[in-house]
Every structure is written in structure tokens, then in C-alpha cells.
Design a protein around this ligand. Structure first.
Ligand code: G6Q
Length: 546
């Protein structure tokens, strides 16, 4: 797709209009805006796919929204959406299509890459995963000594770890409870040691999940897992029953000793951080079963259709993405907090951190020019209410502007006393307090002594989005993840960057290689780094020998 036709971001008419408009809107207070328009809380809302999205507590007016939508249009967003959904090679630096949406396309839909429909292949792999998952869950697939598999350990890192782990945690309620699922990613030996120490090798299945099957951390962990297994079972043949792989690299899988019959494939048009709904989600499928996995895919697909077909004014990923642009590029906000009020979503912010920061953490545009505006924000957060007793202080009373996404559910999956009402009372109270604050007069009226008044005053006017769903189901998770995937895409499109490469990650994959022999060799080569690195390496080598 040609990228040359897009006007540079800061020259687009809507951008210029937004710069001017910002000067009018920045001084407005949400307290006043809600007082002026009693219907604001109903007007600045959108609802689709079972997601109620209230964006009224943002520092915007109706005009802001229409200018942001105008900017999305001037950025060629409609064309880019079509380019992605029709398999054009929009990942220009790797010359690849970007088709995570094909992973959840229903049978019969046609999506072509280089003239070939990829949807049948997607379903072939899904069917193979389903058969395998059913066999493991039912006890038909047994370990080398004939015992049922009770433990599944996914070995992967980055996109091959964060997605499956986040989704397993999120959907744990729906998982097979007599099985144990663990996720090993860190090359720190502690990770694999702790994951295996209390498990019986005869009942343990390892899934080695690596798109390239060359990633140092994953292969090191996989080899250590293999050794652990063989030490316990003492027979090379055991590997076939206790190891399967998820990869695009059959040759390396087979070199490792895994029968490629037990390999689940995917494709170069699936980016690591967009891959947990492919075979990379095999551990999740074993946990929740094929049927619920497919329900999750249907949820993803519903959001895909919404994103592709809904006018921007009502389009959830578009509105969410453009509000992010408003704070990032006009208010100068550096970060976004993702605050799910659901314990099952305890890994959701970390997952989104990779999705967003690896995708839009770029400083050159699609044409290779250094950008003269801010791109991807720092994404962080933890589940509520824990954060309230930790860092919310800074959000309420610090000097930084931190836009927050509050995510909550009307129904709890675990009915324990009145916990859910208490949780959600906090959820609603926080966005209210952040928006409206507490004036000095209000504080004084509470009888607070004068010397404390400035300290106990809350300026308010802190922007939040509220994303409210009925219940955390597999489909709901799919919708939420797709919402954020597309939000990231919307922003990447406006910034005119490639959201689908990750050269910064590739750098990490080669950097350590030079140092490994310097640490491990018995006759190490002379150190030729800078004086800091040389001294640190020498200190490490000396201390290690002691
Ligand atoms: C994701 C990144 C990165 C990748 C890991 C693991 O988009 O590319 O996080 O997923 O580096 O790579 P492999 O799956 O190839 O082991």
C-alpha cells in the first residue's frame, strides 16, 4: 500500500484545528462541563458488542470528538482498515500482511494473502488443536509411562507467553480445575526450577511456544525442561509424549527432537503480540476446552466486524484510540493507566503493555522519517482496588496527567458476600472523584483545620474512560482484547508508523550473544567493551568463581 499520499500529521487540517481547539478546552473543568450539560453522561457514550463505553469524563467537548474523528479520516484510517483486513502487506519493514483478524474469521470467510485464502488453514490448525486438547483433557493422550497428563507448562516469552498467561488467568474460572497450568518465560533458571519442582514428570506436558524457535530464553528453558524430564524418566523416547511445539519453524522443532506431527503451526502474518488466539493459545485451549476457546474467538470476531463496519463516531476502538491521541499529542500525557476491577484480569495490563508499547513505540514513520510528534504512550496498571492503596495518590494529587481506563463487570463470577458491590463501589467512586475532585470550600465545610486544607483538596479534572461489561466470559475477553488491538492500530495509523514490527526486540536477541562467551568460557577473550561494561564483567567473573 502506498504511504506517500498521507499528509504529514502536523500539516493535516484537523491537527491544526485541534491545536487551536486545545487552547479553548484545556482550561475547562469537568465539574463545569457536567453542570452545563446534564445529559453529558448519556451523550458521550458508545455501546457495541456488549461493551458500554462511557467517555464523558474526558476533557473534551462534542467539538473535540468531531475534530478527532476528522483527524482519523484525514489519516486514511478507513483505507488502512481495509488494507489490513484484505491482507495487504502493511507491515512494510518486514513485507508482511497483518492478519490476526484471520485467526478468528469464521469458516467460509475468504481472506487472501498472495492470492491464497488463509482461512481454511486457520481452521485446520484449530481443528488439530481441538483434537489434541480434547485428548489431553480426557486422558486419552497419556505420558510416556501411561499416566494421565495433569500439568501443562507453556515455555515461551514475550508474545508467546504474555497472551496465553493473561488469558489463562482471565478465564481460569472456566478452566479444568484438576489440571495445573504454568508459564515459564524468564531465562533466569529460577523460573523453570520453581515451575517444575513440585510436579511429577510422568504427568507433565511441555508446550514449547516460539514463532521462530530460535529465541534464546525459550530454547534454554526448553532444553532444561527436557533434561529435567529425562533425569526423571530416563528414556529419550519420553520426549515425544511430553513435548509439543507451537511454531512456524518445522526444521528447528524437529532438531529439538519434537515430532512435527505434534507441532501446531501458524504464519508469518501473525505478530507475536497478536498471536494468543492462534496455536500460541494451545495451553489456554487445553485449560478451557475447544468450545470455550472458540467462543472467545467469536468475541474477537464480533469486535473485528464492529471495527471494520461501524462509522467512526460510534466505533469503540476508533473513539478509544483518538482520545488517546488527544492526551498524548495535545495534553502531553506520557502514560496511560489500565485499571481492571477484576482479579481475573491481573495480567491484563502487562499484556496490554507489550501490545501497545511494542507496537507503537516507534520514532520513525512508515517512510523512514523521524517523527516530530509523540508516538506510543507508556502503558501500565494493576487490578483495582489494590492500586488505590498504592499509586492512585499520584493520579489524584500529583503533578502528572494520567488518563486511565477503568474496566469493570456488572456480575461477579464468584459470589462471596457483598464483595462485588464493594469492588464496584470503588470502581465508580474513583472515576467520580478523579473527575470532580473536592474543592477547598468543600474540604473546609467538612471541618478540616486550615493547615490541612491545601493537602486535602482535590483538583479533579483527571480524565478517565469507563469500560463496563456484564460478565467476564471467554467471548467478553476476546472483545476486550480486540478492542485494544484495534485501538493500537488506530493510533499507529494516525502517527503513520508501523505498529507491526519490533526491531528493538530483535536487537535484544543479538546483544547478549557477544557477552555469553565472555562469561562462560574458561579462557575468556580479552574484554573490549567500554570501561564501565569491562569493569562490571570482570567483577561478575571474579565473584562468580568465588
Ligand atoms: C512480539 C515480539 C516478541 C516475541 C518474542 C518471542 O510481537 O515479536 O515479544 O513474541 O520475542 O519470540 P518467539 O515466539 O519467536 O520465540
Amino acid at each position: 500500500m502506498s504511504t506517500a499520499t498521507v499528509v504529514p500529521l502536523t500539516d493535516r487540517p484537523a491537527w491544526k484545528a485541534l491545536e487551536k481547539h486545545f487552547r479553548d478546552v484545556a482550561p475547562l473543568h469537568l465539574r463545569q462541563q457536567f453542570a452545563d450539560d446534564p445529559q453529558r453522561g448519556k451523550n458521550l457514550c458508545a455501546e457495541a458488542c456488549g461493551i458500554y463505553f462511557d467517555y464523558s469524563k474526558n476533557r473534551i467537548t462534542a467539538e473535540t470528538v468531531s475534530l478527532l474523528i476528522q483527524l482519523a479520516k484525514e489519516s486514511g484510517l478507513a483505507e488502512r482498515i481495509e488494507a489490513m483486513f484484505t491482507g495487504q502487506k502493511i507491515n512494510v519493514t518486514e513485507r508482511r500482511a497483518v492478519l490476526h483478524v484471520a485467526l478468528r474469521a469464521p469458516k467460509g470467510e475468504k481472506i487472501e494473502v498472495d492470492g491464497q485464502d488463509v482461512v481454511p488453514e486457520v481452521h485446520e490448525v484449530l481443528d488439530k488443536m481441538s483434537k489434541f486438547s480434547d485428548r489431553v483433557r480426557s486422558g486419552d493422550w497419556v505420558g510416556h509411562t501411561g499416566r494421565k497428563i495433569k500439568n501443562v507448562i507453556n515455555i515461551g516469552i514475550g508474545g508467546s507467553d504474555l497472551g496465553p498467561e493473561m488469558a489463562y488467568q482471565a478465564l481460569r474460572y472456566y478452566s479444568q480445575r484438576d489440571m495445573t497450568f504454568r508459564f515459564v518465560s524468564n531465562v533466569d533458571g529460577t523460573d523453570i526450577a520453581e515451575a517444575t519442582r513440585d510436579l511429577d514428570a510422568e504427568e507433565t506436558l511441555f508446550i514449547v511456544a516460539s514463532k521462530t524457535f530460535t529465541t534464546l530464553e525459550t530454547l534454554t528453558n526448553a532444553h532444561s525442561a527436557r533434561k529435567w524430564l529425562l533425569d526423571k524418566l530416563g528414556d529419550e523416547k519420553a520426549v515425544a509424549k511430553h513435548f509439543v511445539a507451537v511454531s512456524t519453524n518445522a526444521e528447528e522443532v524437529s532438531k529439538f527432537g519434537i515430532d512435527t506431527e505434534n507441532m501446531f503451526g501458524f504464519w508469518d502474518w501473525v505478530g507475536g503480540r497478536y498471536s494468543y488466539d492462534s496455536a500460541i493459545g494451545l495451553s489456554l485451549m487445553i485449560a478451557i476446552g475447544p468450545e470455550q476457546f472458540r467462543e472467545m474467538l467469536a468475541g474477537f470476531h464480533e469486535m473485528d466486524v464492529h471495527f471494520r463496519t461501524t462509522p467512526f463516531e460510534k466505533n469503540l476502538p476508533v473513539i478509544l484510540g483518538m482520545l488517546g491521541i488527544w492526551y498524548n499529542n495535545f495534553f502531553g500525557a506520557q502514560t496511560v493507566a489500565i485499571l481492571p476491577y477484576d482479579q481475573y484480569l491481573n495480567r491484563f495490563s502487562s499484556y496490554l503493555q507489550q501490545l501497545d508499547m511494542e507496537s507503537d513505540g516507534k520514532h520513525v514513520d512508515l517512510d523512514g522519517n523521524t517523527v516530530n510528534y509523540q508516538t506510543g504512550p507508556i502503558v501500565w496498571g494493576t487490578p483495582g482496588t489494590n492500586g488505590q492503596h498504592a499509586y492512585y495518590q499520584l493520579i489524584h494529587q500529583g503533578t502528572k496527567l494520567i488518563p486511565c481506563d477503568f474496566i469493570g463487570f456488572c456480575q461477579s463470577l464468584n459470589h462471596v458476600g457483598d464483595h462485588h458491590d464493594l469492588l464496584m463501589a470503588n470502581f465508580f467512586a474513583q472515576t467520580e472523584a478523579l473527575a470532580f475532585g473536592k474543592t477547598a470550600d468543600e474540604v473546609r465545610a467538612d471541618g478540616v483545620p486550615d493547615y490541612q486544607i491545601p493537602h486535602r483538596t482535590f483538583t479533579g479534572n483527571h480524565p478517565t474512560n469507563t469500560i463496563l461489561l456484564d460478565r467476564l466470559t471467554p467471548a467478553a475477553l476476546g472483545k476486550l482484547v480486540a478492542l485494544y488491538e484495534h485501538k493500537v492500530f488506530v493510533q499507529g495509523t494516525v502517527w503513520h508508523i508501523n505498529s507491526f514490527d519490533q526491531w528493538g526486540v530483535e536487537l535484544g536477541k543479538v546483544l547478549a550473544k557477544r557477552i555469553i562467551p565472555e562469561l562462560e568460557s574458561t579462557s575468556p577473550p580479552e574484554l573490549a567493551h567500554d570501561s564501565s561494561t569491562n569493569t562490571l564483567l570482570t567483577r561478575y567473573r571474579d565473584a562468580k568463581e568465588k
